[in-house]
Design a protein around this ligand. Structure first.
Ligand code: FES
Length: 256
């Protein structure tokens, strides 16, 4: 159930260029939160910032009710959020959306493919998979070296390949190039990132079972405003709501 809650900022770190990691303490239990879900954060009360911003959940410390969120500064809303101080409180809705259904899957080997700010939700997913005994390989794509984050964290959980578009760190090119060169074995793939990347990944892995998580600017974030719809393949009238039916979908379930 989505709850409106006031969370307190405990820690703020700039983990890469324009990329902020925040640890917040929540007054409510995080037991039911699934990997891939997000929180919807209120930024301000002025006209320009009335809409909440969806922010990925990157990690959870359930025992201490600490949630790690990661976001990129991409506009005035996230800039305001990045200027918040330790001790300040945020008004959030949580947990929002439908996450990766790993409790229903048998996954001996998983391939995680993340792009940019699509990487954070895959970190909590990787931790949950490893806890279940899954062997995890991650391919993480970034624009350039200064944008890379969470490399050591993923390496502590399994194989991790970093790829940068300009070749300034790790492999040069795109995540799909690394799928070609490394040919990782997997039972399911799980991907999160920009639509262009998800489209390329879904096309390359069309014969495999997998899930994708869509990044989308949202309105209400809870399924009532229709600002985030995406068509169902082969239909001109059926659609899914990214905020509530997703953001995680089976790769074949939506038309990118
Ligand atoms: Fe309102 Fe999805 S953001 S329905």
């Amino acid at each position: 159930m989505i709850t409106k809650s006031i969370v307190k900022i405990e820690q703020i770190n700039e983990i890469a260029m324009d990329t902020i990691e925040m640890k917040v303490k929540t007054p409510i239990s995080l037991e039911e939160v699934e990997p891939g879900q997000f929180i919807h954060v209120r930024i301000g009360s002025d006209h320009a910032h009335q809409l909440r911003r969806p922010i990925s959940i990157a990690d959870l410390d359930k025992a201490n009710q600490i949630m790690t969120i990661v976001f990129k500064i991409v506009g005035s809303g996230t800039e305001i959020l990045a200027r918040a101080k330790v001790g300040e409180e945020l008004d959030v809705l949580l947990p929002c959306g439908t996450g990766y259904p790993i409790d229903k899957l048998d996954v001996p080997k998983a391939l995680l493919i993340g792009g940019g700010i699509g990487v954070p939700p895959l970190y909590y997913l990787a931790k949950q998979l490893v806890e279940k005994g899954t062997e995890v390989t991650a391919i993480l794509g970034f624009q350039a070296k200064e944008h890379v984050f969470y490399e050591e964290e993923f390496k502590a959980l399994g194989n991790c390949h970093i790829v940068t578009n300009d070749g300034s760190y790790g492999h040069k090119g795109f995540v799909t190039d690394v799928i070609d060169t490394e040919s990782p074995e997997f039972d399911y793939f799980f991907s999160c990132g920009p639509t262009l990347m998800l489209r390329a990944v879904s096309a390359k892995l069309a014969d495999s079972k997998g899930y994708i998580s869509l990044e989308e600017r949202m309105g209400c974030g809870v399924g009532t405003c229709f600002a985030c719809v995406i068509p169902v393949p082969g239909s001109t009238t059926d659609y899914k709501k990214i905020c509530s039916d997703g953001p995680v979908f089976e790769a074949s379930e939506v038309a990118l």
